[in-house]
Design a protein around this ligand. Structure first.
Ligand code: SAM
Length: 247
């Protein structure tokens, strides 16, 4: 069908490729991917041979008009990333925004995403969560970003590189509070899938004394503890409401 189809691909285990995803790729006039080498391996496995172009940080601005022209011509365009769901810490947001703006059909073909896989296996609350993607690499910027997340009333989900995991956990413990429960999920859906659970302070201390782990990592952190408002807070709230004429 004409339009932009956002197709999820596996995050490790090829069994997670969906039937609808494969049918969508096989029927596409054009497949837009991150790295053509990575996507060619996936397509070869299912004997799918379609026109392929790369769309990534460095060529996105130049490629977008070209892809929008294909959509305007009534072609079926499939968007994939190297792994998981496109647009989730991966390219595609601007392309989708411009496709919507231009009135083209935009169709999700859902499947694997590391953030949901980690969240649902974490054992931490799932009723409300905030996906925070990758933290900044420099400590100052990272702590600032974390400080803005302290009061989010739900679990927090981060992508992190194995190399920076220990440093990130140390900052998380320092800024978010060492007592918050956390899970480090590694190599989801792959042979060496592992979960390490503990308090942020405990995990930070453990990881500080080890070699950097290998593989891909998601960090999930439980919500801040709910504290009942004390009398002084309620007074302040009421005074505020009275002053603004709300009550
Ligand atoms: N779009 C992808 C998705 O939907 O999950 C995420 C792409 S992002 C560039 C890559 C990051 O996702 C990795 O650095 C890691 O934090 C996380 N990730 C991807 N696959 C993973 C896996 N199998 N296990 C753990 N984390 C994974």
């Amino acid at each position: 069908d004409p339009g932009l189809h956002i197709v999820a691909t596996p995050i490790g285990n090829l069994g997670d490729m969906t039937l609808r995803g494969l049918a969508t790729l096989a029927a596409a006039d054009l497949i837009v991917c991150e790295d053509t080498r990575v996507t060619r391996v996936l397509l070869a496995r299912y004997a799918i041979a379609r026109r392929l172009i790369a769309y990534h940080e460095h060529n996105a601005a130049a490629q977008r008009p070209r892809i929008l022209r294909e959509l305007a011509a009534g072609h079926a365009v499939a968007l994939v990333s190297d792994a998981g769901t496109p647009l989730i810490s991966d390219p595609g947001y601007r392309l989708v925004a411009e496709a919507v703006e231009a009135g083209h059909a935009v169709v999700p073909v859902p499947g694997a995403s590391a953030m949901l896989a980690a969240l649902v296996a974490s054992g931490l609350p799932t009723d409300a969560f905030f996906f925070a993607g990758f933290l900044p690499q420099k400590e100052g910027a990272r702590r600032k970003r974390l400080a803005a997340l302290v009061a989010v009333p739900g679990s927090l989900v981060f992508y992190e590189s194995a190399r920076r995991l220990a440093a990130a956990l140390a900052d998380m413990a320092a800024v978010l509070g060492g007592a918050r429960p956390a899970v480090v999920a590694r190599e989801l859906t792959k042979t060496f899938e592992t979960y390490r659970r503990g308090s942020l302070a405990g995990l930070a201390a453990e990881l500080a004394g080890e070699d950097a782990p290998k593989g891909e990592i998601v960090v999930v952190i439980g919500p801040p503890e709910e504290t009942a408002p004390d009398a002084a807070d309620i007074d302040t709230l009421l005074i505020g409401l009275l002053e603004t004429g709300t009550v």
